[in-house]
Design a protein around this ligand. Structure first.
Ligand SMILES: NC(=O)c1ccc[n+]([C@@H]2O[C@H](COP(=O)([O-])OP(=O)(O)OC[C@H]3O[C@@H](n4cnc5c(N)ncnc54)[C@H](OP(=O)(O)O)[C@@H]3O)[C@@H](O)[C@H]2O)c1
Length: 202
């Protein structure tokens, strides 16, 4: 698959590494431009390349991995989604350096707000629950166990695509259901699943 990364930070790079290992093509963009992006693409190696935000956003699967304050900028003006898959890895922290203040979402789930900014996308919430350090360390911190990534979303086929992708990386997945229920369970801070390092036995 061609996988677009909106963002080229810790989460996007972590996911990109596994996607490349599985033979996928990875396209990345950032906010500050090519000077910062070029070494990241070089380090990721063959199969990775920098693209414009529009090119990244046209991929068949797109990962949103930008700070919460940037979701609108990152998703505005992209090609029509037409059912392409958007993986939402974001958490609604107002200051990513201090994970104690959440945006006031008025009782909504953060991925619902993201979905509103990407009309026509099939959104799957994933990768938001695992610290980037654990993602980078890999799926098997101890023999006989696999790290768990939670997924939720309203489109079963999209969720299957994302689940298969994650499992191909070596991680275990737990499907929490649709966004209304699962998305709320995955929500940072307000639910217990984001942050802890869950392992499943093989
Ligand atoms: N870090 C974690 O442990 C962790 C775990 C789970 C989920 N998350 C969530 O995942 C998201 C990304 O986190 P991160 O740690 O990967 O952040 P990060 O390392 O700070 O990287 C953020 C990336 O987003 C890019 N960016 C900012 N605005 C953009 C825009 N308008 N268009 C395109 N790219 C843009 C930045 O580009 P520049 O570098 O050019 O500014 C940077 O490459 C956040 O919502 C965070 O809450 C983080």
């Amino acid at each position: 698959m061609k996988i677009g990364m909106l963002g080229a930070g810790d989460i996007a790079r972590g996911v990109a590494k596994y996607a490349l290992e599985q033979g996928h093509e990875v396209l990345l963009c950032n906010h500050s431009g090519p000077a910062k992006l070029a070494p990241i693409v070089t380090e990721l190696g063959p199969g990775a390349r920098a693209g414009s935000r529009a090119e990244v956003g046209a991929a068949e699967v797109v990962l949103l991995a930008v700070p919460w304050e940037s979701i609108r900028d990152a998703l505005t003006g992209l090609p029509a989604w037409n059912g392409r898959i958007l993986i939402d890895a974001t958490n609604p922290f107002l200051n990513p350096q201090h994970l104690n203040v959440l945006d006031d979402l008025g009782g909504r789930i953060s991925s619902e707000i993201v979905a509103d900014l990407a009309p026509g996308a099939r959104l799957v919430k994933a990768f938001n629950t695992m610290f980037a350090t654990n993602l980078a360390e890999g799926p098997r911190p101890r023999a006989g166990t696999r790290r768990v990534l939670f997924v939720s979303g309203d489109d079963e086929a999209a969720k299957t695509t994302v689940t298969n992708l994650i499992e191909s990386f070596g991680f275990a997945t737990i499907d929490l259901g649709d966004l209304k229920v699962g998305g709320r369970m995955q929500q940072a801070k307000t639910a217990p699943l984001a942050g802890p390092d869950f392992l499943l036995p093989d």
